[in-house]
Structure formats: structure tokens, C-alpha cells
Ligand binder design. Structure first.
Ligand SMILES: Nc1nc2c(c(=O)[nH]1)N[C@H]1C(S)=C(S)[C@@H](COP(=O)(O)OP(=O)(O)OC[C@H]3O[C@@H](n4cnc5c(=O)[nH]c(N)nc54)[C@H](O)[C@@H]3O)O[C@H]1N2
Ligand SMILES: Nc1nc2c(c(=O)[nH]1)N[C@H]1C(S)=C(S)[C@@H](COP(=O)(O)OP(=O)(O)OC[C@H]3O[C@@H](n4cnc5c(=O)[nH]c(N)nc54)[C@H](O)[C@@H]3O)O[C@H]1N2
Ligand code: SF4
Ligand SMILES: [Mo]
Length: 734
């Protein structure tokens, strides 16, 4: 960074947008003549974020100039990672992959795409494409430890994984938010700026916000009513709401029958779940369930209402069923595809139409070697990856690329870490030497978001307020950092395959032909491809976006533009009763007694405004939290002889962590809260490594035994744990 004593005048200010979370806040970056990033500011002229942003976005300059960033390719020699040239790294990796494919077939090569992949057009287009070009279906992705439930359920109900109806928060009368903490996270699978402000405006105009969460969260403290719930039990609550609205105060189902099939099966699914029965498992009083359901129906019949869930539900044991019930309730109550309910946006170029045309995001017939798991939204469950590496099957995975991900850290359990030594080749493409890179044979330095041009293609159909923005690379890449577009295209050449050539070509023949005609560098290629897509979309052009760097508003999403028109199922009807979800209801019955057991502690997570999964803890701009702390209800603590501030051991049958505890009545009884993303002892990022903190995924049970059987989503919440004093404060303090 620039010397603080002698302020360098900015040579230019460049408009761009943040790509850390779904909001995509508009930013202005002041850059000095020598390409130093001087300052990152919120962009008040951005048509949607209007000056909103958070400390993580403002820390992008510190991320860009961080001394611990990867600046050259590294290769492991005698156990140590040492710098090598791009030419050497690319040639060697290409040759090793070629040899593996020749000896063992294409399935010996796999890729894991981490979360930031989907915030980069270049990485989205050109990382899995490399592995698919080899003829391997072995794509694994972070959405299977995040939102596979939503993607799978959407594929079944609407025909495409990316059809994720967006709550019309600017017009709803009632918003029921399950398992999300908008004030901290800004929500997920939804692009809305200043989520907490948007929710407060619902209340300000006389509407109602209900937050269903085992913890009285930052959001619940600020806005709406808080309904505490036992971890992992939302599906029972939702089934009981549906019971009320179909058995006790029946909704008129005729409108639903006109646009959907399976209405009766959905109604039947909820029949056994009287509110009194759900109360015993959820801890939500039957009267409160009835009131919630009837208020939701009443708001639906007036200005509109929306039920929404996020990771607190997705990651639970019944994330798919809960998601299905939410979508079903929203449709039966008449909220889908209406103003004040939920809308299905088009995007600047219609990603839904495009993926339908290309056959992407549909039910995917590829299977893991044991035949158990199919791909959801183009990827296998990462919780099954360890098994694919260690199996004796001739097609087992022998080479793994990890891009923009940290699966050693982010995936529950230790089985992946234990499987990695069985690999012949592990390559990490990242900004940092993260915990996964600690196991890698090669580590390749990627550009950060200030160093690449971009367009938020993956999030277009998730915008509450439709808009479009393109950013140039704000600064030239530092040192030898490269975009994933270039890294994986070069790897493809070095392996002797054409990216977009073989498997991907089944899906992308037209784009492939266009791409091959494109002149210039790969960087130019991606923007030209974008220009073509935007022209096809007819809502804006790259020329317009270049001329309007703060972004442009697109026409608002029209109510009535989805049902009967853009539903992507073969018959154009929404499927309200997918067979695998109906069959999975038996698990609800089977788990009822276990989830109702008193005196049990169950583990859930939490996020912090200053952190982002595992990768913000080295940022010098952010005043870092002091590691992670467990939260526990004082009565649960008292029963175990635990005092505020004690070091406690949180243990499951598969692992344990030790960290300080903080006692708070914000947490419901029977709940332990531990944030993920911490514990960087194996990281090459020095500031992060020096911080205290533990990786909660050491205690969350992992592997194939803990995967939602329908969607492939890892079950990461509501596991039973024990908590006991490790070091009492009275002994710890001298
Ligand atoms: N500052 C910050 N922002 C982020 C991230 C970050 O790490 N830091 N991560 C980003 C990512 S990748 C994502 S996917 C999104 C996620 O965004 P959210 O899904 O909003 O994530 P959380 O903030 O963890 O909120 C989940 C909530 O679910 C609650 N919960 C736990 N178990 C249950 C349950 O069984 N039922 C119910 N109803 N609630 C439960 C938790 O107490 C928690 O308050 O956030 C994104 N934004
Ligand atoms: N116990 C528990 N575990 C969780 C969660 C939880 O709530 N509880 N949350 C889950 C969720 S929602 C998610 S999304 C996953 C995330 O899981 P992952 O995506 O596997 O992990 P991240 O910690 O997000 O790591 C992202 C990595 O990408 C790097 N990176 C950032 N930008 C770029 C880029 O442009 N290019 C490249 N090549 N690298 C880049 C960062 O340095 C970092 O190392 O974690 C999941 N794990
Ligand atoms: S991380 Fe912060 S600045 Fe970046 S998009 Fe999300 S809210 Fe905006
Ligand atoms: Mo996520």
C-alpha cells in the first residue's frame, strides 16, 4: 500500500463492483500512477447499492496488496513449496494429467470449484470446462456444502436448478425468513443491497417480518419477530403450516391446479403434521404455528407474502423437504409469480433460457462410481469426494484441481484430508496458500477481483432489482498472477485437449464455434463472449455497460411472466410432488423421536460481518475478530458446570475442538453455536495463522454418512454434540 505519510494522489478512479457476496456492491477504486490501489470507496451512484457496502469490500485494496498473496506458481520439492515458472508448472501438470488419463481414463481427474468461482465469469466458464474437456464428469463444487437443496428441488419442481424465485421484498406484506441472518450475511441465492434495511422498510410500511432461528440473531434483534426453533426441525414447522392451510382453514387450491401438478400429493404430505405434533419436535408452540400459517395466508390474499430459507435450513437434516414445502406453500398461497410475492427475474441475458437451451442445470445422469450420487447444478457432492479418491474402483480419482476453494477446511469431517495422500496430483489455484494448498503438489496464483474484468452472470436471475454492470480489470495483475480463464486454457493446451471441446461441446456447440473465431488474448475472449450474450439477451449491450460504469437498471421483473410461460419442466407445469421428495418424508417420521429428545445439545453455525468463510482473516484493512467463540445458553452451561469465558471442548462421535465459550440467552436451550472458517494453523497466510480459533468442521461429522439423500447436500447442522469444561476461567486466569 502507499506510504501513509505522503499521500499519493490518485491517477484515476475506477468504478467496479465487489464480488465477495451476493450483493455485488458498487465500488469506486482510487489507483495511483504506479498501479497502487490507494482506496476503495462505496459507489453512491450505483443504481442499486447506492453507496451501501461493508468492510470486506472496502478491504479489497488490502487483499490486492497483501504480502501473503501468491505471486508465483509453486511446486512441492522435497516437501517444500518452491517458486517455479508458469511454463514449467503448466507443462508438468499437463503432462502428468495426460499420463493419468492415458493410463486410467478421464475419470481419474476431478475438480473442486469453491464459492468465489461463481462470482467470476472467467472462472465459471473456464475451470470445470478443463476437466470436462478431458471427458471427466468429476466436477465437485461448494454448492453441495451450501445450497444443493435449493438447486435440486428447483430442478425437480421447475425444471432448472437456477430457477430460484426471488421474494419481492420491496412489496411483500409478510416475510418469513428461516435460517438466514440478513444483517450479517446479506442472505444467499438472492441479490439485495442492505438486506436489513430492506426488511426494516417492510415493517415501516406496516408489513410483518418473522425470523425463525435457534438464535436471536443480529437480524432478529433489529427487525421483526423472532421465533426460536430447535435445530434441524424446520421441515416439521413447515409441514404443520401446510397442514393448517389445507386441513384446518383450507386455501382455494383451484388456481394452483391450473399451473402445477401434484397438488393432492403435496397436501397429503402435510396431513399427518398437526401443529401439536410439530410443537413437540420444533419447540414452536402449536398456537404460534397456527397464527403464523393463518397470518401468512391472510397476507397472501392481500398484498402478498413470501417464505424464504437459507443455509440454516439447507444444511439441516431435512433441507430438501423444507425447501420443497416452502416452494409449495408459496405457490399454493398464490404468491409465486406475483407482485408482493416471489418473482422469477430474466437477467440481462436470460440465464434460464440459455441454460434450458444448452441443457445445463437439468437433472444430470452422471453418477459417482458407486452409482449413489448424481450431479446437482453440474456438480457431485463434495462430501462424496473422499470416497471417490479412496475407492478401489478403476475409475477412482487420482488427480484433483481445487480452484477458489478450501475444501480441507470447508467440508465437514476429516475424511477428505485423510484421502488426499492417495492422490497422485493435487493442484490448488488460489489467492493464498490456504489449508488445502498445504497438501498440494502445485499452487497456482490467481488474480483477485480488481485484476480481472467481470460480469455477475451467475447471479442475474437472483436480483431483487434487475440491473447490469460490467467491470474492467481495475489494475494490472501483480507479479505473475493469472486469471482462471488463462490458467485452465493453458492447462488444457498442455494436456492436449481443447477446452469447450468434448463434453462441454455437447452443451455449448454454438458458443464453442463463436469462441474459436475470437481473436486476441483469452481476456478479450471472455468479454467478447459476454458481448454476444448481452446482444442475444436484448436488454443491454456491452457498449452501454462500458459507457455506464456504475451500472444500469433493467426493466423490473414482470409479475405473471413465469407460471405457464417459463416453467422449464417438460409439460410446463410446476411439479409439486417430486417422487424422491415424497419418498423422503418417511425420514421425517423416523427422526421425530430423536429430534424431540430433551437435554440434547445440537451444533449450529454463525457468520461474522468481518469474515467470509475461511478467507478474510488475513486482511489488514479489517480489524479481525479474536478467533471464534462458542455460544451456549446459561442454563445448559450451568447443568454442565460451565462458566462464561471457560475453555470448553465441543465433541461429536467423530471429532473435537476446544475454544472459549460465551453464555447468552440469545441462544435457545439445547443449541451450541460455533462459527466456521476459523483455525488457520496450516495456512500460509501469516496474520490468519497467528489468530486464535478452531475449525468447527473438525467436529461436524462428515463423509457419505451425512449427506442429504435427495440433494447431495452435506448435513452440517443440528448434529448432537457434547460440551464440557476444558479449562475453567478460574484456573486459566492467574
Ligand atoms: N459476513 C459474511 N457474509 C456472508 C458470508 C460470510 O461468511 N460472512 N458467507 C456468504 C455465504 S457463502 C453464504 S452461503 C451466505 C449464507 O447466508 P445465511 O444463510 O444468511 O447464513 P448465516 O448468517 O450463517 O445464517 C444462518 C442462520 O441459520 C440459523 N440456523 C441454524 N440452524 C438452524 C435451523 O435448524 N433452523 C433455522 N430456522 N435456522 C437455523 C443460524 O443460527 C443462523 O442465524 O452468507 C454469505 N454472506
Ligand atoms: N461448518 C460449516 N462449514 C461450512 C459452512 C458453514 O456454515 N458451516 N458454510 C459453507 C458455505 S455456505 C460455503 S459457500 C463453503 C465455502 O467453501 P469453499 O469455497 O471451499 O471455501 P472458502 O473458505 O470460501 O475458500 C475460498 C477460497 O477461494 C480463494 N479465492 C478468493 N477469490 C478467488 C479467486 O478469484 N480465484 C481463486 N482461484 N481463488 C479465490 C480464497 O483465498 C479461499 O482460499 O463453506 C461451507 N462450509
Ligand atoms: S462483501 Fe460487503 S461490499 Fe462486498 S458485495 Fe458483500 S456486502 Fe457488498
Ligand atoms: Mo455459501
Amino acid at each position: 500500500m502507499a506510504d501513509r505519510g505522503t499521500p499519493t494522489p490518485p491517477a484515476r478512479s475506477v468504478r467496479t463492483f465487489c464480488r465477495i457476496c451476493e450483493v455485488h456492491c458498487g465500488l469506486v477504486v482510487d489507483v495511483a500512477a504506479d498501479e497502487t490501489v490507494l482506496k476503495v470507496r462505496p459507489d453512491r451512484d450505483h443504481p442499486v447499492s447506492k453507496g451501501y457496502c461493508c468492510v470486506k469490500g472496502l478491504g479489497l485494496g488490502a487483499l490486492h496488496h497483501d504480502d501473503d498473496r501468491l505471486d508465483t506458481p509453486l511446486k512441492r520439492v522435497d516437501g517444500e513449496l518452491v517458486p517455479v515458472s508458469w511454463e514449467q508448472a503448466t507443462a508438468e501438470i499437463g503432462a502428468r494429467v495426460r499420463a493419468l488419463v492415458d493410463a486410467h481414463g478421464p475419470r481419474s481427474v476431478a475438480i473442486y470449484q469453491g464459492n468465489p468461482t461463481f462470482f467470476s465469469l472467467q472462472a465459471t466458464l473456464m475451470s470445470a470446462a478443463y476437466v470436462e474437456a478431458l471427458g471427466s464428469p468429476n466436477v465437485f463444487a461448494s454448492h453441495s456444502i451450501d445450497v444443493n437443496t435449493k438447486f435440486h428441488v428447483a430442478t425437480e419442481m421447475y425444471g432448472l436448478s437456477l430457477i430460484q424465485p426471488v421474494p419481492d421484498l420491496d412489496h411483500v406484506e409478510m416475510f418469513v425468513c428461516l435460517g438466514s441472518n440478513p444483517l450479517v450475511s446479506q442472505m444467499s441465492v438472492l441479490t439485495v443491497a442492505d438486506a436489513a434495511g430492506v426488511l426494516q422498510r417492510i415493517e415501516a410500511r406496516g408489513g410483518r417480518v418473522v425470523v425463525v432461528d435457534p438464535r436471536r440473531t443480529e437480524t432478529a434483534r433489529r427487525v421483526g419477530e423472532h421465533v426460536p426453533i430447535r435445530p434441524g426441525t424446520d421441515a416439521y414447522l413447515l409441514a404443520a403450516m401446510l397442514h393448517v392451510l389445507t386441513q384446518e382453514q383450507p386455501l382455494d387450491l383451484a388456481p394452483a391446479r391450473a399451473v402445477a401438478r401434484g397438488v393432492d400429493e403435496l397436501v397429503a404430505a402435510a396431513a399427518p403434521w398437526k401443529p401439536e405434533r410439530a410443537e413437540a419436535v420444533t419447540g414452536v408452540p402449536a398456537a404460534a404455528i397456527r397464527e403464523l400459517a393463518t397470518a401468512y395466508a391472510a397476507a397472501s390474499s392481500r398484498g402478498g407474502a413470501a417464505l424464504y430459507c437459507s443455509t440454516g435450513v439447507n444444511m439441516g437434516p431435512f433441507g430438501s423437504i423444507a425447501t420443497w414445502l416452502i416452494q409449495g406453500l408459496n405457490l399454493l398461497a398464490g404468491n409465486l409469480d406475483r407482485r408482493g410475492g416471489l418473482l422469477v427475474p430474466h437477467g440481462a441475458f436470460d440465464t434460464l433460457r440459455l441454460s434450458a437451451a444448452l441443457g445445463l442445470g437439468r437433472f444430470d445422469e452422471h453418477r459417482t462410481t458407486d452409482g449413489r450420487w448424481h450431479r446437482v447444478a453440474g456438480a457431485f457432492p463434495v462430501a462424496a469426494l473422499a470416497g471417490e479418491i479412496t475407492t478401489d474402483h478403476p475409475d477412482r480419482v487420482r488427480a484433483l484441481f481445487v480452484t477458489a476453494g478450501n475444501p480441507v477446511h470447508s467440508v465437514p469431517g476429516s475424511d477428505l484430508r485423510e484421502a488426499l495422500p492417495r492422490l497422485d496430483l493435487l493442484v490448488s489455484v488460489d489467492l493464498y496458500r490456504n489449508e488445502t494448498a498445504a497438501h498440494a503438489d502445485y499452487v497456482l496464483p490467481a488474480t483477485d477481483m480488481l485484476e480481472r474484468s467481470d460480469f455477475p452472470a451467475s447471479h442475474q436471475s437472483l436480483q431483487l432489482v434487475p440491473h447490469a454492470q460490467w467491470t474492467p480489470a481495475v489494475v494490472a495483475p501483480v507479479a505473475q498472477r493469472r486469471t482462471e480463464w488463462q490458467i485452465f486454457s493453458d492447462l488444457a493446451l498442455a494436456t492436449g485437449v481443447r477446452p469447450w471441446g468434448t463434453t462441454a461441446a455437447h452443451a455449448l456447440p454454438r458458443l464453442n464455434r463463436l469462441l474459436r473465431r475470437l481473436p486476441g488474448s483469452p481476456q478479450v475472449g471472455v468479454d467478447q463472449l459476454l458481448a454476444v450474450l448481452l446482444r442475444w439477451g436484448r436488454r443491454t449491450t456491452l457498449r452501454e455497460l462500458r459507457a455506464t460504469p456504475e451500472g444500469v437498471l433493467l426493466p423490473p421483473t414482470e409479475p405473471g411472466s413465469f407460471l405457464g410461460k417459463r416453467v422449464a419442466t417438460p409439460d410446463g407445469l410446476v411439479d409439486l410432488a417430486p417422487a424422491d421428495l415424497v419418498a423422503d418424508l418417511a425420514r421425517l417420521e423416523a427422526a421425530e423421536a430423536d429430534l424431540s429428545r430433551p437435554g440434547v445439545l445440537r451444533l449450529v453455525g454463525r457468520r461474522d460481518r468481518r469474515s467470509h468463510n475461511s478467507w478474510m482473516h488475513n486482511n489488514a484493512h479489517i480489524s479481525q475478530p479474536d478467533g471464534n467463540t462458542a455460544l451456549l445458553h446459561p442454563d445448559d452451561a450451568a447443568e454442565r458446570g460451565i462458566a462464561d469465558g471457560d475453555e470448553v471442548e465441543v465433541s461429536s462421535p467423530t471429532g473435537r475442538v476446544t475454544l472459549p465459550v460465551s453464555l447468552t440467552t440469545d441462544v435457545a436451550r439445547g443449541v451450541v453455536v460455533v462459527p466456521h472458517g476459523w483455525g488457520h494453523g496450516a495456512s500460509g497466510a501469516r496474520r490468519a495463522r497467528a489468530l486464535p480459533g478452531v475449525n468447527v468442521n473438525d467436529v461436524v461429522p462428515g463423509g457419505a454418512a451425512h449427506i442429504d439423500p435427495v440433494s447431495g447436500q452435506a448435513v452440517m447442522l443440528a448434529h448432537e454434540v457434547e460440551v464440557r469444561v476444558s479449562v475453567p476461567t478460574s484456573f486459566a486466569t492467574p
